[in-house]
Design a binder for this molecule. Sequence first.
Ligand code: 5GP
Ligand code: MN
Length: 333
Amino acid sequence: MRASYKRAVEALCGAQRIVTASHVNPDGDALGSILALTHALKALGKEVVPISTDGVPDIYAWMPGADWVQTSTERRDFDVAVVCDAGTLERAGNSQTVALESATIMIDIDHHVADGPFGDIQIVDDKAAATAELVYSLIRALGTAAGRDLVSREIAECLMTGLITDTGSFRFMNVTPRTFYLAARLQKHGADPAPIAERVFENRSLAGLKLLGRALDSLLVSADGRVAWAAVTANDFLELHAADDETEGIVNQIRAIRGADVGVLFREIPGRKIRVSLRAREGSDVNAIAAVFGGGGHKLASGCSLDPPLVDAVRLVVAECVRQVGIDAVPTR
Ligand code: 5GP
Ligand code: MN
């Protein structure tokens, strides 16, 4: 791992034009990682273009540097591409892979290991609670090479956002002493967790909260109670004028049911494939379930996409969940 950081520092120090890319449907960790890195590299005098194919969701619009984010680039002259938190290169967004692959060197920074890693240099560690943990180490290494501390308040806020969102406010099983050490250092650099958590978690749109209501209305559990699932339909999105990013967090409420080991949220996004988010309690593995449908993620949080119609997607995924997790084979209300 140390060798990877060294190679990444050499590549970035030797580069002038750099693109940083998050994954589709970006979360706080993906955006926090690319923005923190963008701040650090700009401070070193580099020209940096952060890319998020799906833009910046409203709840992250306050993040320092969010205005820099582009949804695409036609440029093909990058010296280095840094892809953060993506799992696979394809998850950076199919429309952007040409630009990213045209860079002389590609760096993969991630805490997803199932399908990757990819690129020329890999900073990949599935023990990291967030990609932000790895980006912090890289920024520190860049600072050492440059002979100054690069961690600013802006960078600290971006990375703290990654930690808070990927650990569910330090509640998930992925939290380690390293996570808390890093959080303490980031707070010392001026990133207070409370206002960040408030902006991210207590900043829901009316439509988003009403979507939660629709999802809860549709909630079902398997006969043994171990699998719980809900759906948001195309009709819900249209009636409430809601967007997919407003479903953020709903799946965690579904998994919170007493006795449920797995929670699943289906989203019938108008004009797109059915998106499926899966969450597990410790001891279950939703990555294995998502993998059956060509998706991925981690044991405790994964996702996949299926072709419409919604009813078939629900039937297939729930049957697989029950097969892998449940006692009873027949899912019922
Ligand atoms: P979410 O449910 O929040 O969209 O995703 C949960 C986790 O699963 C994230 O770590 C995300 O990277 C991963 N994930 C979600 N959808 C997919 C997918 O279609 N393919 C892969 N490989 N990973 C996914
Ligand atoms: Mn992440």
